[in-house]
Design a protein. Sequence first.
Length: 337
Amino acid sequence: MVIVVRHSARREDVAALTAFLTAQGVSVTPVPGERSTLLAVVGDTSRLDDDRVAGFAAVEAVRRITEPLPLAGRGAHPADSVVEVGGVPVGAGHFALIAGPCSVESREQLLPLAASLRAAGAQLLRGGAYKPRTSPYHFQGLGEEGLALLREARAATGLPIVTEIVDPRQLPLFEDVDLIQVGARNMQNFELLKELGRIDTPVLLKRGPSATLKELLLAAEYILSGGNGRVILCERGVRSFDTATRYLLDLSAVAVLHERTHLPVIVDPSHAAGAARYVPSLSLAAVAAGADGLMLEVHPDPAAALSDGAQALLPADFAALAKQIKALRAALTESGD
Ligand code: PEP
Ligand code: MN
């Protein structure tokens, strides 16, 4: 961290700042310049609160050189991480195809669908049992019954299951879930993140629609710093000025996150697009951008879906897309040889 000292700063203001910084366990070296003095702050600066530092009378500006990401950042962990989900590796070249309905609706909906997804190449089955809906009057999910149906589908197909938690009090119900999803709306539910840090189930952390990548990485840091190193990040579209799609799929997030973190990064084109017809091209673009996996919503009868029907692929369309994804990945690997 570099601190620019105000021209007008009094000696005692600089001393107070230096005392504060050294008490935080970092070392401070003044670098006098022609016009102003800089303080070079080195050590573990992740615990320093930039806003507190900026509040000192002597401070003109605060600049971070490294991100405060001791666990999520590449600094401590240069190699890509692999997160195992029910025996399926994700990250560091292991690509995971996650598919399933937005919401678990019934046995009749889920079980045949899970079998067809598996046959088409899905490696993990998704489905919401607890749904964070914008309106309190819309379908909120089947709750425990939905979780039981997911377990049944896992037993029938062998596919590990991915489902969203919306409240830390639900954790006992999620003990045998293979990958616990934190939805976009809960990305900064810090108490939930802390609880997920205390267990060792893998967590799929979705980017909030208005969250910066730094905020996403700091949210991941909450889980990692609690002791749970199994975090997969998910780009799912951000808010934009343009309403042509539901959200704007930020594929630059894949490149930027891969540079800054060792954690696997997957993409959810379904929620970004909001319309099934855009999902195949966004999926292929995400694969080309280097995503470690995709999460796709699929429904046997999208028009009858209780949530997110407009963006759900039909099983046959998913199967066709899965083939294209395989071919694209093979082509990318060949061209890399
Ligand atoms: C979902 O995966 O069904 C979901 C609610 O996604 P998001 O949190 O990204 O809106
Ligand atoms: Mn959905």
